[in-house]
Ligand binder design. Sequence first.
Ligand code: IVH
Length: 707
Amino acid sequence: MTDQTTTPAAAPVVDPAHAQPFSNLEDYRAAIERTQQAAAAYYTGSGLVMDDADYDALVARIAATEAAHPQWQATDSPTQVVAGLGGDVEHRAPMLSLDNCFDEDSLRTWAARLDNTLGRPVTAYTVEPKLDGLAVAATYRAGRLVQLATRGNGRTGENVTGQARLLTGLPLRLSEPVDIEVRGEVYMTDADYDAGNELRLAHGGQPFANPRSGAAGSLRAQRAYDVPMSFCAYGGYLLSGPQPDTHSAAIASLGVLGFATTAATTAGLVVCGSVDEVVAAVTNLGTRRGELGFAIDGVVVKADLAADQAQAGESSRAPRWGTAFKFPPDTRMTELLDIVVQVGRTGVITPVAVLKPVQVGGVIVKSATLHNFDDLQRRDVRVGDTVFVRRAGEVIPEITGAHLEDRPAHAVPFTPPTACPRCGGDIDRSQKRWRCDRGRACGQAELLRYFTSRDCMDIEGLGPKILDMLVERSLVTDAADLYDLDAVTLASLDRLGDVSASSLVAAIAASKTRPLSRVFTALGIEMTGRSLSRRIARHFGTMDAILAAAAEDWVRVDGIGTGRATSIVVEIAEIRPLIDRLAERGVNMTEPGSPALSTSDRASELPLRRADGSPMTVVVTGSVPGLSRNESNEAVETLGGKSSGSVSRKTDLVVVGEGAGSKADEDAELGVTVMPAERFAELLAAHRNGDQAAVDAVISQTFAAAG
Ligand code: IVH
């Protein structure tokens, strides 16, 4: 629906190597002042004045100026001091910033410089997410939180201890009575952000411009309602006694004390032995950026050994032992040129923003969703406004709000449509998402074009003109009718001779063998594009499984949250007759190669089946090496089991991995069979490799041990 032009080779928004120096001292000083104002707004979360990319670009120009004119160097330049506002709390050790790199070359240059400083290669590196929030320091005495302070200007920060209770991941009491200072990021997960925006709107406020400024504002504000936020530790030191030898070990012990840590996020912490491994880990995290469940603005690379860090040291602004590899920003500001109303294939009517093109998250964005009319009116976004555009992962870019200070005097509020802009019919306003009363019938021609298109059923020769003729003559009213067409009927259409009529019939018939992923895509269900449809088809394996799935089954597909799950279930129920008619006409309804299919194919031979062939109920607690939670559950199903979230007397097997909670003890009490996660991983590998002897060995040992 949105008109984004992807430009994989797009130049970075910020390219410090090519930054233009200022030609006179006055402009240089003015630029420093602008960064200071922007930083103050940034750290308080109040009315942002500049987006991250413009800020970084301005700092790059300041740095280029200082290189060209060292005599102008100001002591309060953002290249010399940590930006931000100070407060009453003096930090025990300064809270520094990190230097940035924006591409592989500058990352390798940083690593080479570090080797040089040490006089030998760095022993090991860590790669972890750069959370997009604000830094805080938490002090604990005898395991109790006594103070939480913002980074402020790096030397002094604000006391925000009263807000600590709002932070998931920051325990008020630790598992051991230690004296420790822990440093980390306060941020909003996607779920925090959605819940926080709902709360704000319910209290008559404006939604947050982005998760970062939401976290910054909420940490410092005293409000009538509590906005949920999260904390993630990325460092810490015991106030006395010996420290851990490595950063990775320090993070692991923070996890044991009860903190959420970078290592425990979906992004994880990777220890790398070489720069090549670092580059691979950074690239990997970049590709997963949109699926993490929280915003990151880059990756932090650090020397892992405490000894390496101590030897490398730090400047007044940033350590030499670490660097931030910055991704293109996911939120930018740009001008809203127009608001147009689009009617989707299924009759959903949406306001869409037409934007002055802007690079967000590495692609040029020219349009973005304004969600729905209710939301648009509450956010009071107007044509001519400077708006915040956010692009997170695969999600369609969205307008999160307007920068009210920049509103032109003539800007008028938007007037929503009173009739369907496509067919002139009435609008159903009973839901948040308005819809043409005629529903899918309103968009039938468009739906058919989509169904036959190259990425869907790929029916060669069935172009828009022929489709329009077929619809006009009522020969086709939905996609299933296509499969009833014969050569005689087609030959009767203007412009279509006998030969092409029969080759068209053959092309239509050939499309019956397309895999389920294409059939599902072709149905044009709202919010399911090609790649999500592939995941859906792989996950369920058959259309029957899709039709039987409830909302709670849908959320187990990667990339589907509860909102999307509910709307998919509703739409599938609506188009069930069409699906049945397609199946009756012989359209394939299975996905070759789906792990779900192999489960049903050879059900009785699978390792996690009971003697009567029914699936064992399996609970996975803690993490299985190499698998996400979702993949662990998928693996249970691949092995023939049924995965469940809690242990009961019906549970046949509990797989216990690292980080397992109290469930393992309950299992022992209930007399349930337990399998270590490593054994489970072995079982899965053996099954995948077709090594039946190894599968049998794991199963017999596990259940024999249980007696
Ligand atoms: S280490 C000496 N690790 O990025 C500074 N910082 O641009 C050591 N940040 O002020 C910081 N995620 O607020 C570190 N995994 C991470 C981080 C991280 C986010 C923030 C932090 C810092 C800023 C520097």
